[in-house]
Design a protein around this ligand. Sequence first.
Ligand SMILES: Cc1cc2nc3c(=O)[nH]c(=O)nc-3n(C[C@H](O)[C@H](O)[C@H](O)COP(=O)(O)O)c2cc1C
Length: 396
Amino acid sequence: MIRDLRSYFAFLEQQGDLDRVTSPVGLLEIPTGMAEQEKKGKAVIFENIKGYEYPVCNNIFGKREFLAGLFQCSREEVAREFKKRSENGIEPVIVESGPVQEVVFTGDEVDIEKFPFVIHCAKDAGRFITAGMVIARDPETGIRNCSINRMQLKGPRKTGLRMSPTQDLEAYYRKAVARNLPLEIAAVVGNHPFDLLAAASGPPRDVDELAIAGGLRQEPVELVRCRTIDLEVPARAELVIEGYINPGELEEEGPFGDFMEFYVPAMKNHVFHINAITMRKKPIIQVIKAGSIDDTTLLSTPREAQLYKVLKDNNVNLNAINMSVGKNYLTCVISIEKQIENEAKNILLAAFGSFKFLKNCIVVDHDVDVFDPADVWWALSTRLRADTGVMVIPNT
Ligand SMILES: Cc1cc2nc3c(=O)[nH]c(=O)nc-3n(C[C@H](O)[C@H](O)[C@H](O)COP(=O)(O)O)c2cc1C
C-alpha cells in the first residue's frame, strides 16, 4: 500500500525505477541532473547536496507506466481509473499526530532558506518552491482548497506566492480582503503523488481536493492540525510551511521560467509570511521544473479523466487519451473505435468544450498508440487529408 511519498519511492525502487545519487552535488547542478533523469525515465533522489542537510527528489512521474503502477491498471486505463476514483471521494480524517510534525520550528527558529529549493532556469529571480500544495480555507464557507503555487524564496520567513486570477485560492484571498483579514495558508512539500494530482485537478469550487485525494488513494487522507494556524495538513507529508497572506500586500515576484518554456516577467504578486515549519526528521524536498514531465503529468492527467467522462457519457468507443503528447497539456490525442462517419467532429468539439486551455486535438483510430508521438505522426502522415480532415476553431 502506498501511504506517502516514501512508500511510493520504495515501490519505484523495487521495480528499478528510482536512482539515488549519493555523490555530492551542488545546488546549481541539480537542474542538469533532473533533465538527465527525465531522459532516463527514472525518479531520482539527490541524497547529498553540498551545503544543505536535506535531500531533493524529482521526476516522480518519470514515465506513463509510473501512473499505471500507482493506479494498478494499464496506461490506457489511467483516465478511467482517475475518473472513477475521483467521483467517489473519501473525506479525510484528523489524527492526533504524524511524522510531518516530528520536528517543529517556530518564530525566529524558522529559516526556509536552509532547505534545498533550486533555481530552475538561468534567469529566474531566485530559488522557488515549485511542488508545494497550498491548503487554505474559504473565509466564508470554511470549505478547504488545495492548489499548487510557485513561491519565490525572499528571506528566512518570507516567500512570494503566485496565484492566477481564476484560481480558487485567489477567490478565497478576495474574500479575506473583503473582511480585511489575513488568509492563513499551509504549503505542503513532499506529498503523496495522489494528493498532488488532486491539488492540480481543479474540481468545482465547493469540492475539497483532499476528499478527491482520498478517493484516488482509496482510503482517507490522515490529517494533523497545524501548530500555528487553523488548518489541517497530511500527516505523512515531508514538510509543512505554516503562515498567512496579508490583505492588499503585493510585491515584485519573478521572472520565472514557465511551462511553455519562456519567462513570465516580474510582476506584483502576493507575499507569504511564515509562522512555523514542521517536518519529518530528514525531509525529502520535492522540486518540479515547469514544463517537465512531473508538471505536465499533474496538469494533464485530471483533464484526461474529465474528457474521458464526457466522451463515455456520449457513448464514444474510446481506446485511450493522451493530453501530454506536446510536452505540456495543450495538445490532446484521442484514439477510438469509430462507429459512424464524421464522429471525430463531435469528439473534437467535446474536447475543446471540456478544457478551456486546449489548443490542438487529434483523433486517431484505435490501432495508433497515443503515447508514442512517432506513431501519432505516422497516423498524421498516412491517414490525414488536410483539406477534409482538419477543423479550425478560432481563438484556441
Ligand atoms: C507544478 C505546478 C505548479 C503550478 N504553479 C501555479 C502557480 O504558481 N500559480 C497558479 O495560479 N497555478 C499554478 N499551477 C496550477 C494550479 O495548481 C492548478 O490549476 C490547480 O488546479 C488550481 O486549483 P484550484 O482548483 O484551487 O483553482 C501549478 C500547477 C502545477 C502542476
